[in-house]
Design a protein around this ligand. Sequence first.
Ligand SMILES: *Cc1c(COP(=O)(O)O)cnc(C)c1O
Length: 428
Amino acid sequence: MSKEPGFDTLAIHAGAQPDPATGARVTPIYQTASFVFDDVEHAASLFGLQAFGNIYTRITNPTTAVLEERVAALEGGTAAVAVASGHAAQLIVMHTLLQPGDEFVSSRKLYGGSINQFSQSFKSFNWNVAWADGLEAADFEAKITDKTKAIFIESLANPGGVVMDIRAIADVAARHHIPLIVDNTMATPYLCRPIEHGADIVVESLTKFLGGHGNSMGGIIVDGGTFDWTKDDRFPVLTQPRAEYGDMILAETFGNFAFAIACRVLGLRDLGPAISPFNAFQILTGIETLGLRMGRHCENALKVAKFLDGHDKVDWVSYAGLEADPNHEKQKRYMPKGGGAVFTFGVKGGYQAGVDLVSSVEIFSHLANIGDTRSLIIHPASTTHRQLDEGAQEAAGAGPDVVRISVGLESVDDLIGDLGQALDGLGS
Ligand SMILES: *Cc1c(COP(=O)(O)O)cnc(C)c1O
């Protein structure tokens, strides 16, 4: 092709070709744990990283490889590694970057599960999170020490619908020579490509909009290929000789996709959270319609947000797509095609009203997920964020009156009608 293919072309074709063995047009599910070697030399070269090829599905699989190449193309990265879940992606990224005793600086505006993972389980690896006090680049810079090895943000933050100033935070990361990791789950590459704004590593939960149908768990790590690991000795996984690979130095051998290789040949190899080929297949099918779906998700979400904004039982609506929203300017800059489909609003009547609302909707499903074709609703203070104390709930945008919705692809009049009947019934 003479010119760079468009987003929807990549979403359907990137990484795939008719199956060389059978001609199957759709990427088959290679449901196998392992792969036969041509001969002993071939086996030795695969194990020594001298040749690329399949050994065992914990590390690579042909169905998963198509998914990886496709998401790398959509995000504009050099390579990607698909894993079992979004949380597994975060675990492997940090395992590759951090040594025991190291730190990373994170935004507090995160998916509740990420707050738990960072502040609780990562502690047992002696990886320490320093929470930025605000959302500005200076708030992140203030927390950087000699031990800081990364900055972590969400492009469009869950659940508050906050758009982060990726470029300004990337500049801080670059100045301190640490990589910026961006969780792009809520925006997806259709709305925002963080690598173009200075991110070095993108992680995503494929469980959400990429798969898009609420049927398969998955996660992915995209290597932006932008970070120079060899500048100093702060990332030993990439710059120290690896005895098990003939003293190979990953950053030297693999250049601008060395981070992805390290995540695969050390992280997946030793920590083990591989995605199943079946899930990779389901998510690939979902990605084919990502552009179509995200367009409609955003259109429906804006209509629902406007309806809620005008409802007398609703105190406030936090949706970056609304013109009066404090995030609207940044949304236009970083995600001009729309404000996404997940946002929060505050119900009059606080905690009880939130609980009552999620109990009385009929089309919306009350559950802990986002990014499904179906519309979803949750009251974070009684569910996803209930482990946090009230101060931490407020800081994460999950106070007692907050309700989060993920607007699906149903007929929007039905969605508005459903929320309307549930709101009208409150306090009566
Ligand atoms: C769901 C989610 C995750 C975690 O992904 P899983 O696939 O559930 O492990 C991480 N970040 C964000 C923004 C999410 O919405």
